[in-house]
Design a protein around this ligand. Structure first.
Ligand code: SAM
Ligand code: SF4
Length: 349
């Protein structure tokens, strides 16, 4: 690494992005089997065999995770997201979050969840200092929920969402947009935003599932979704944009009411130049870009009795080596150049 780069903040990468946001996949296990992430059946209805889930000793322990977070926060990171797999299925997660909340300088601890266990955990999460949750929900129809996620938990998830909204959490709903699966509900989601306080965000389907479930005919471009929504109301860029990360936020107005919609468009509109993220996979690999398979094995260092300086250097190098961007601009690129072989549940989305 050049002296010039070493002399600036350890969190600034070679393309002048400041990496302040760490995403931890705390487990690769999950209580759902979403068709785009860990599907149980292929397109022909044949059962899919997945690689085994990680054993407990292959996951980073909570002590190891706390150490990494503490070092990252000492380096200047301030925002942390717990994801997975499903973070709420890992035993002891609440105590872990309580320990995280004691780390000075860690301003935000956020959780991304499928919502199945969220209702049960909501009050404890709030008490532990988590005020914002992202809940993944791709459909408002019970049968379709089962078709997409492999489990009949729509009612439970919807109840959880209502509970956290009532408790005053900041809530974002994330829907993966899939042609022929939930594109008939985009307008319903837009209307839902008029009735609730939460943001609803459409995520472009990425070529990243365990079983290569991505296909061109399922892909929905954000611009097309917006066009559709504009047939029932107006969509204007929102002033809340600054704190919204990769989502482009819009105020949706219809019938005298307003809601907030977000569009996350990793394929059609890259946001790599504004990316502030570093990921730690559930097997303890630092991953600077979701769609590039460059990783650093931190677990081997953590278990090798190394000093915090060594961990710090590994984090600094991972940041330094963050690719400028991914190379998926067109659907053809996605087919030819996609790199995300780790599986979304290990990487954390
Ligand atoms: N289990 C939690 C959940 O579903 O919210 C957290 C982990 S999940 C991997 C994180 C996010 O990644 C979810 O919002 C999910 O919808 C999204 N995701 C997973 N596979 C995806 C894909 N192939 N394309 C786009 N988003 C995907
Ligand atoms: Fe589980 Fe989330 Fe993957 Fe769905 S997207 S299978 S809920 S980890």
């Amino acid at each position: 690494m050049s002296e010039k780069i070493q002399s600036i903040s350890p969190l600034v990468d070679q393309f002048s992005r400041t990496i302040s946001y760490l995403r931890l996949s705390v487990t690769d296990h999950c209580n759902l089997r979403c068709m785009y992430c860990m599907p149980e059946h292929d397109g022909n209805g044949k059962p899919i065999k997945h690689g085994k889930f990680l054993r407990h000793d292959e996951l980073l322990s909570y002590e190891e995770l706390l150490r990494v977070v503490r070092v990252a926060v000492e380096m200047g990171m301030s925002k942390l997201r717990l994801t997975g797999g499903e973070p709420l299925v890992r035993r002891g997660i609440l105590d872990f979050i309580k320990e995280l909340s004691k780390i000075d300088g860690l301003n935000q601890v956020l959780v991304t969840t499928n919502g199945v266990l969220l209702g049960e955990y909501a009050e404890d999460l709030l008490a532990s200092g988590v005020h914002q949750v992202n809940v993944s929900l791709d459909t408002m129809q019970r049968d379709k929920f089962k078709q997409i996620s492999g489990r009949d938990y729509f009612d439970k998830v919807w109840e959880s969402i209502c509970t956290v909204e009532r408790l005053g959490f900041k809530v974002k709903l994330n829907a993966v947009a899939m042609k022929g699966i939930n594109d008939d509900e985009f307008l319903d989601f837009a209307r839902l935003s008029l009735e609730h306080s939460f943001q609803i965000r459409f995520i472009e389907f990425m070529p990243a599932g365990d079983a290569g479930s991505w296909s061109q005919c399922r892909f929905c471009d954000s611009d097309d979704i917006m066009k559709k929504i504009r047939t029932i109301g107006s969509l204007e860029p929102s002033e809340k944009q600054r704190s919204s990360g990769p989502a482009k936020l819009y105020t949706f107005s219809s019938g005298g009411r307003e809601g907030t919609l977000g569009f996350i468009s990793p394929i059609s509109h890259h946001f790599c130049d504004q990316c502030t993220r570093l990921r730690l996979t559930s097997e303890g690999r630092l991953r600077p870009c979701l769609l590039h398979d460059i990783e650093t094995d931190l677990r081997v260092l953590l278990r090798g009795n190394v000093s915090d300086d060594v961990i710090r250097n590994a984090i600094r190098d991972a940041i330094f080596n963050k690719p400028k961007g991914h190379q998926l601009s067109t659907v053809q690129d996605v087919v030819e150049k996609s790199h995300c072989s780790g599986g979304m549940s290990k990487i954390g989305g």
